[in-house]
Structure formats: C-alpha cells, structure tokens
Design a protein around this ligand. Structure first.
Ligand code: HEC
Length: 116
C-alpha cells in the first residue's frame, strides 16, 4: 500500500495498492495506454497525475474536457473516476465509472507508480 494525496468522504487518508491497481486498470486499458504519446480511443495516461485536463499531445478532446479547468490531482481523479459524466458533463469518456473506492485508490496508486 502506498499513501495517496486523497481523503475519503469521511475525511480519512486513503492508500492504494498498485499491484491490485494494475489488475483493475484492465478495464481502462481498453481505451487508454500508459505509454507516453500512445493515444487510443482515450488519451495516453502517461504522467496524468497533476496534469491539466485536455493536454495530452495530439489527442482530440471534447470541448467539455478541454474547458473543464480541472487538474488531475489524485483527489480529483478519485472523484472523477467514480462518475466521469457527472464531473465532466459531455465528456467523450463513455465509461460508467469505478464505484468501489478502494479500486479507484488502487488504480491511482498504479498510475502514480507506473505512469509517472
Ligand atoms: C470506453 C473507453 C474508455 C474507458 C473504458 C476509460 N476511458 Fe478514460 N477517457 C476516454 C476518452 C475518450 C477520454 C477523453 C475524454 C474527452 O475528451 O472528453 C478519456 C479521458 C480520461 C481522462 C482525462 C485525461 C485528460 O488528459 O484530460 C482520465 C484521467 C481517464 N480517462 C482515466 C481513465 C481511467 C483511469 C479509466 C479506467 C478506470 C478509464 N479512463 C476508462 C475513454 C475511456
């Protein structure tokens, strides 16, 4: 488990298990790579943590994402991945969301370790 810059709904600090996160990332990898510059249906998630929304090079984003003004902090990802359409209405990301909070934390821990 590695500590994350995330507080849960109860205000408790959240940790994530990157090995579990790698397994959970399988659903994301239908549309995302963590290799730099490798855009698929979705943009490369290389270096996504603390990246401004809509800034992966050469990816054609929705205006909803591009103009969201979000920065993908660990906390923001934790909220976003639960329900992407709620956080960014009109997003091209047609993914229902990852409802289990621990799974979200694990995926974020994986992104921090493997896609940094
Ligand atoms: C069905 C395909 C699909 C799946 C599955 C999917 N995404 Fe996405 N994702 C996209 C698309 C397309 C975008 C671009 C959204 C836009 O431009 O509105 C995106 C955008 C994002 C962004 C914003 C990136 C940026 O540069 O602003 C993040 C972060 C993200 N996805 C993470 C994930 C994670 C983590 C998972 C798995 C839990 C996941 N996505 C599952 C298609 C998908």
């Amino acid at each position: 488990m590695i500590p994350l810059q995330i507080k849960n709904d109860q205000g408790q600090p959240v940790s994530g298990n990157p090995a579990n996160g790698q397994q959970d990332f399988v659903v994301c990898s239908a549309c995302h790579s963590i290799q730099p510059g490798q855009n698929m249906v979705g943009p490369s998630l290389h270096g996504v943590i603390n990246r401004h929304a809509g800034t992966a090079p050469n990816f054609h984003y929705s205006s909803a994402n591009k103009s969201s003004g979000l920065v993908w902090t660990e906390q923001e990802l934790y909220t976003y991945l639960e329900n992407p359409q709620k956080v960014v209405p009109g997003t091209y990301m047609t993914y229902i969301g990852m409802k289990d909070p621990q799974q979200r934390a694990d995926v974020i821990a994986y992104l921090q370790q493997a896609a940094g």
